[in-house]
Design a protein around this ligand. Structure first.
Ligand code: FAD
Ligand code: PHE
Length: 511
C-alpha cells in the first residue's frame, strides 16, 4: 500500500527535501493554532457592542477596531481583564456572600488569583509579542519541589518530585526491559529492535547490566557531591509500590503544561492593560448589562452606569463574552433553543489562596526556586513565585484547588481559608508559622461577574449545545473561553474572539 511516508521517502530519495514535501502536504504539526487574521476590506464604521472586557471582549474590540469597526465595550467591573487579574497591595475583593478582603502584600509582590502561566504555543504569546510585553520563564515543573501524600508510609509522606519521577521511571523501565529481554512482549521485535529498545530503557531508566534500576543520583542524593572526599552518596530509591500507593504523579505532561512556560513580568494583567490602553475611551467601566434585546436591524443593550442610572446602547451587532453562569440570569431575547443550551452548560469551581511571607524560606531552606508542590490535602498545590528570587519576602500560592476541594475552601470565610492553608501547608513547610504575614483568597464560584472558574463541557453538552451556541442568535455572537476547545486558558478566549471577528466580518462584507 502506498502511504504518505512512501511518498515523502520517494521525494527525499529523488533529491527533494522531505521537509518541503511534508510542509506542502500539511503533514508537519503546526507550531501555532491561530493563523493571522488578515481581514480584507473595512467594516466601514459598523457599530458593534461588546459585553465584557475580559481578554475575549478586549481582543474582539481591538481586532475589529483595526478593521474599521466602531466598538463599544461594556464592563461591569471597574477594571479590564475579567479573570485575568493581578492582586497587589491595597486591592479589594468582595465575594457574592458579602465577605470582603483587602490585600496586604509587600511592594513588588503579587498574586495572580486566576491565570498565571502561558505555554509557548498559545496565541496569548503572539499578543505579548505584538504589544512588547516582557515575559519571563514560569517554572511550572520543578523536580526539587515536593510531593506530599497522606497515603504514603510515614517516612515518605513528603518527598522531592525527582525522588518519585525518576524512581517510577526507573522501575517501569526495569519491568519493560525484563519483558523485552525475555521476549515476553506480544510485539514482534527483531534482534536489532530489541537491542535498541534495551539501550534506550537502560539509558533513560538508569538500569544496570542486569536491567535493574539503580539510582545513580538522578532520583536524589543522601549526600550531595562536593569537594575533598565528598564524592556524593545517591539515596536509596523508594520502592515501587510505596510510590504507587502514595499517588505521586502530576498532570504536567499534557501539552499546555509542558516546560517551558512563561508569564508576563510584573503580573498576568499586563495583557488586559495593554489592550485597554489601545482601546481608551471605547470601554465603559462599572457598566453592568441588565438586558439584551434584539431590534429589527440590530441589538439594544440596557445597562446601569457607575452611578446606578439606567442606560442603553444600540448597535448593528453584539459580541457577548459574559460567562454563562452570569449570562443566563440576564433578561435576553435569546431563542428558546439557544437559552436551553446555555442553561445546560456547567462550570468548574476553583479557588486560590495567596500567602505573604516575611522570608523566602522555600528558596533559602528548601532550595525551591519556582515550581509547584502537590499534596493530597484540600489545598492541593503550593506554587512558588517565578520572580523576585532572593528577595526579602514573597507571595506563595498557598492553595490552588478545583472541584470539591475548591468548594470546601470557598465555603469558608477568608480567615478560615487562611487557617486551613496555614495548617495544611505547615505539614510541608514547617516554617509557615514563623514567617507568615497575610493572606488573600479568591473562590471563583463566588466571585461576582464570573460565578465559576471555567466551562466544563461534557461529551454530551459538547455535542448537543456547543454547536448551537457557536452560531449567532440573530446578530448576537457568543465569545469567550467557553466558546473554544482550549477551556480554562486565555488562549481559548482569544481564539474564540478571533473566530467571531472573522465570521462577523465575513457577514458584514457579504451584506
Ligand atoms: P472573563 O475574563 O470572565 O471576562 C468576562 C467579562 O465579562 C468580565 O470582565 C466580567 O466582569 C464581564 N461581565 C460579567 N457580567 C457582566 C455584565 N452583566 N455586564 C458587563 N460585563 C459583565 N488561563 C491561562 O492562559 N493560563 C492560566 O494559568 C490560567 N489559569 C487559570 C486559573 C484560574 C483559577 C482561572 C479561574 C482561570 C485560569 N485561566 C488560565 C483561564 C483564563 O482566565 C480564562 O480562560 C480567560 O481569562 C477568560 O476570558 P474571557 O474574556 O472569556 O472571560
Ligand atoms: N489553565 C488553568 C491553569 O493553568 C486551569 C488548568 C489546570 C487547565 C490544569 C488544565 C489543566 O491553572
Amino acid at each position: 500500500m502506498r502511504t504518505r511516508r512512501d511518498f515523502i521517502e520517494r521525494v527525499a530519495a529523488y533529491g527533494g527535501s522531505a521537509t518541503a514535501a511534508m510542509l506542502a502536504l500539511d503533514l508537519l504539526a503546526p507550531a501555532s493554532a491561530s493563523p493571522p487574521l488578515d481581514l480584507e476590506g473595512s467594516g466601514n464604521g459598523t457599530r458593534v457592542v461588546i459585553l465584557g472586557a475580559g481578554v475575549a471582549g478586549l481582543c474582539a474590540a481591538y481586532e475589529l477596531g483595526k478593521a474599521g469597526y466602531l466598538c463599544t465595550v461594556l464592563e461591569a467591573r471597574s477594571r479590564a481583564g475579567g479573570r485575568v487579574w493581578t492582586v497587589r497591595t491595597g486591592d479589594r475583593h468582595v465575594e457574592s456572600d458579602g465577605t470582603s478582603q483587602i490585600a496586604a502584600f509587600a511592594d513588588g509582590t503579587y498574586l495572580n488569583p486566576g491565570p498565571a502561566r502561558v505555554p509557548q504555543h498559545h496565541v496569548t504569546m503572539d499578543y505579548y509579542r505584538e504589544f512588547g510585553i516582557a515575559v519571563e520563564q514560569f517554572g511550572n515543573v520543578n523536580l526539587n519541589a515536593y510531593y506530599h501524600s497522606t497515603a504514603a508510609p510515614p517516612e515518605m509522606q513528603r518527598i522531592r518530585v525527582r525522588e518519585a519521577e525518576y524512581a517510577m521511571n526507573g522501575y517501569t523501565s526495569e519491568l519493560l526491559a525484563k519483558a523485552v529481554s525475555q521476549s515476553a512482549l506480544d510485539t514482534p521485535l527483531t534482534r536489532d529492535d530489541k537491542a535498541k529498545l534495551l539501550d534506550y530503557l537502560s539509558a533513560t531508566g538508569g538500569l544496570n547490566k542486569r536491567y535493574e534500576y539503580v539510582n545513580r543520583g538522578a532520583a536524589g542524593y543522601r549526600e550531595l557531591p562536593a569537594a575533598g572526599d565528598q564524592a556524593g552518596v545517591p539515596a536509596d530509591p523508594y520502592d515501587l509500590m510505596s510510590l504507587v500507593r502514595g499517588g505521586f504523579f502530576a498532570p504536567e505532561r499534557e501539552i499546555d503544561q509542558q516546560p517551558t512556560m512563561f508569564q508576563p513580568v510584573g503580573g498576568i494583567d499586563a495583557l488586559p492593560r495593554a489592550f485597554a490602553t489601545r482601546l481608551r475611551g471605547r470601554i465603559h467601566y462599572n457598566a453592568a448589562v441588565t438586558a439584551i434585546r434584539k431590534t429589527p436591524d440590530g441589538v439594544r443593550i440596557a445597562y446601569t452606569n457607575a452611578q446606578g442610572s439606567p442606560m442603553a446602547i444600540e448597535a448593528a451587532y453584539c459580541i457577548c463574552t459574559i460567562p454563562l453562569p452570569v449570562l443566563r440570569k440576564i433578561p435576553a431575547d435569546f431563542s428558546p433553543a439557544f437559552a436551553a443550551s446555555m442553561n445546560r452548560v456547567t462550570y468548574m469551581d476553583s479557588a486560590k489562596i495567596g500567602l505573604a511571607f516575611k522570608r523566602r524560606f522555600w528558596e533559602e531552606d528548601d532550595r525551591i526556586m519556582s515550581g509547584i508542590s502537590r499534596t493530597d490535602q484540600t489545598i492541593t498545590q503550593i506554587w512558588y513565585p517565578s520572580y523576585g528570587y532572593f528577595g526579602r519576602g514573597g507571595v506563595l500560592t498557598g492553595a490552588y484547588a478545583t472541584g470539591k476541594n475548591a468548594r470546601t475552601i470557598g465555603d469558608l470565610a477568608p480567615r478560615d481559608r487562611e487557617a486551613l492553608a496555614l495548617r495544611e501547608g505547615s505539614v510541608i513547610h514547617p516554617q509557615y508559622a514563623d514567617e507568615f504575614m497575610s493572606s488573600f483568597s479568591v473562590a471563583w464560584q463566588k466571585t461576582p461577574h464570573n460565578m465559576g472558574a471555567w466551562v466544563a463541557w461534557t461529551d454530551d453538552t459538547r455535542k448537543s449545545d456547543y454547536p448551537v451556541l457557536s452560531q449567532p442568535d440573530g446578530r448576537i455572537y457568543l465569545a469567550g473561553e467557553h466558546m473554544s476547545y482550549i477551556n480554562a486558558w486565555q488562549a481559548g478566549a482569544l481564539e474564540s474572539a478571533r473566530d467571531v471577528v472573522r465570521r462577523l466580518h465575513a457577514r458584514v462584507r457579504a451584506a
